[in-house]
Design a binder for this molecule. Sequence first.
Ligand SMILES: NC(=O)c1ccc[n+]([C@@H]2O[C@H](COP(=O)([O-])OP(=O)(O)OC[C@H]3O[C@@H](n4cnc5c(N)ncnc54)[C@H](O)[C@@H]3O)[C@@H](O)[C@H]2O)c1
Length: 439
Amino acid sequence: MKLSVIGCGYLGAVHAAAMARLGHTVVGVENDERRYEALSKGEVPFYEPGLPEMITAEIEAGRLTFTRDIADATDAEVHFVCVGTPQTPGRHAADMTYVNGAIDGLLPVLRPGAVVVGKSTVPVGTAAGIAERLDEHGTDVSLVWNPEFLREGFAVQDTLEPDRIVMGVGPGERGQQAGKVLQEVYADILDTGTPLVVTDFPTAELVKTAANAFLATKISFINAMAELCETTGGDVTKLSEALGHDARIGRRFLNSGIGFGGGCLPKDIRAFMARAGELGADQALTFLREVDAINLRRRDAAVGVVMAWLGGRVVGKRIAVLGAAFKPDSDDIRDSPALSIAEALHVRGADVVLHDPKALANARRKSPQLGYADTVEQAAHGADAVLVLTEWQQFRDLDPAVLGEIVAGKRVFDGRHALDPDRWRAAGWEYKTLGRPHA
Ligand SMILES: NC(=O)c1ccc[n+]([C@@H]2O[C@H](COP(=O)([O-])OP(=O)(O)OC[C@H]3O[C@@H](n4cnc5c(N)ncnc54)[C@H](O)[C@@H]3O)[C@@H](O)[C@H]2O)c1
């Protein structure tokens, strides 16, 4: 089939390449100059394991092209909308400028019978509004809402082998037909037994925001338990382990630390609350305010531990921060706890030097005031404290004896429970973390 993908960022670039991998002919529409230039040369403007190989192969096979001109999508039978829905500056609500802009751009190029598929994460009610706009435009075009659940770092696998496919369709025969067209697009994935859940528009939109609200709640729950461990002398890592053995609870997403970040969970729970408020259902999501607050408190707690450790003042102290990405195997620094802690220590006068295996360029662009180093050793050289804030494997594997030779003070703060405290202490380091006062 002929497909277009509007917006080729973390979601859209992977989706475009994966649809080409399924045998479709795909045009990716991306209006950011830097991203477009890179993608059209077969380069990926961000870090996602396995994606460069897939994009290069699909371009070479002639199934994947990129453009900046939406007119090049005129032939497509199915258009995937994958543009961003960031937080509106100064407000909790999602900024719908890009979704609205993508639909504005699409309307003149839609051919009769085409299907528009929404993949961006949007406030509930958005799909109904877009369907109305498509109808008003007068073309025989249908809408399907098909939220995306991929995880950065595993995006290729998650797109080709998703846990489930959710399709929100409009009423009547037309809605069913549009759903069938999307099932045809995903036929190879569905044939492997991937569960398909067909819903109405609001349910499909809610599945995505509810999933993210649940995951954020689980992380903030264990971080609230970490706060209790700090006051009672408990050990949150043992608590997670023991809770996780209960199959009703499960071990995943029970990792305490400096909290969640990224381009999805923080802004999605805030947008969810904002939308519930607009609909007069704010009470249903009041708890998410607490989830957000617990999460942000962990960043303050980390800054507090480091400040107290260095004598209450960090002016002129050299602090090596290992990690800028919001999680390992990604270069995404959107709402990253690591970067936010680095910035907070810089504001307090510390000489912060940051290293990340993949996110340095993004971090530099976002926070040019910080110091940057190309290697762990350069960052740690002469440091009064080393902070491990993103749990990259190479940080887990660091040799404390070797690193101990180049720092000024052997203090390591483990923001992600990524290190073995005994091993670091044995090499002469002082070790501190959150939620384990006696570790
Ligand atoms: N990143 C993830 O892991 C992930 C996972 C699931 C869902 N989502 C959702 O997917 C959506 C996209 O997220 P993302 O992380 O890919 O964002 P992103 O900002 O990386 O990518 C969006 C891209 O769309 C482009 N764009 C905007 N308007 C355009 C237009 N009219 N025409 C062409 N290109 C346009 C932008 O230049 C940008 O490159 C969001 O709603 C997000 O919540 C993201």
